[in-house]
Design a protein around this ligand. Structure first.
Ligand SMILES: [Zn+2]
Ligand SMILES: [Zn+2]
Ligand SMILES: [Zn+2]
Length: 246
């Protein structure tokens, strides 16, 4: 099983357009963050989690030419804005909650009409809820998390779990995340935010989950330089960066 970070940035990406801060100006490639997404490979099964507006360059960069499934955590643009770019991969199998799929149908009506243009993305919508489901032979366990007032999903696949845009998480969900090898969770910045956890809040959740290793993603330029923050983190907790494979 392998997890590849295609992007580890918050909704604006890093550098942020027009910003001259030390992170946006950094020459360290680890401070360049495309919008958050991961590819999880289990044998020949390739599962993309989230499909943001940087998808095209992410697929090109890593020579990704096929996907078994695309799982969507929620409907925000930084997580679904790249869906039109899956066209060259053939029919896309998208898995998300009904309310997320409704937004996609509304945003991309040309993919779902009775008379489609030749060449529109072929998209198959698969409705999921909090119950586990299969992608080929791989079991996926959705994990309920709250993005401020918006209920969204994270996913556990084997002993790996990917949670992004968490603001709060219930004890029941923490329970579903026991005995993990790898937890990936968002850590936006130091200061409090209405819909995302801070670095300290992420550390607290990481402690409760107690995965063997934890990686932070969905990072803002406000969090600071990759190398400086990574040094401050406890043993077994790391800053993720674009292109990291675990
Ligand atoms: Zn986001
Ligand atoms: Zn900046
Ligand atoms: Zn969001």
């Amino acid at each position: 099983m392998e997890l590849l970070f295609l992007g580890t940035g918050t909704s604006t990406g890093v550098p942020q357009i027009g910003c001259k801060c030390k992170v946006c100006n950094s020459s360290n490639p680890k401070d360049n963050r495309l919008r958050a997404s991961v590819l999880i490979s289990v044998d020949d099964t390739k599962i993309l989690i989230d499909c943001g507006p940087d998808l095209r360059q992410q697929l090109l960069k890593h020579n990704i030419e096929e996907l078994s499934a695309i799982l969507l955590t929620h409907e925000h643009y930084d997580h679904v804005g790249g869906l039109d770019d899956v066209r060259p991969l053939g029919e896309a199998q998208i898995y998300a909650e009904k309310k997320v799929l409704n937004v996609i149908q509304r945003n991309m009506p040309y993919c779902f009409g009775d008379y489609k243009y030749p060449g529109v993305p072929l998209i198959k919508l698969n409705i999921i809820d909090e119950n586990e489901f299969y992608i080929q032979n791989t079991i996926v366990q959705p994990i309920r998390i709250m993005h401020a007032l918006l209920p969204i999903l994270g996913f556990r696949i084997g002993d790996y779990a990917y949670l992004t845009d968490v603001k709060t998480i219930s004890n029941e969900s923490i329970e579903q995340l026991q005995n993990l090898d790898v937890l990936v969770i968002n850590a936006l910045r130091m200061n409090s935010h209405i819909s995302h956890i801070t670095l300290d809040e992420a550390l607290e959740i990481a402690k409760k989950v107690g995965a063997k290793k934890t990686y932070f993603t969905h990072i803002s330029h406000d969090l600071g330089l990759h190398d400086e923050i990574d040094k401050l983190l406890p043993e077994n907790i790391f800053m993720a960066y674009d292109g990291l494979k675990i």
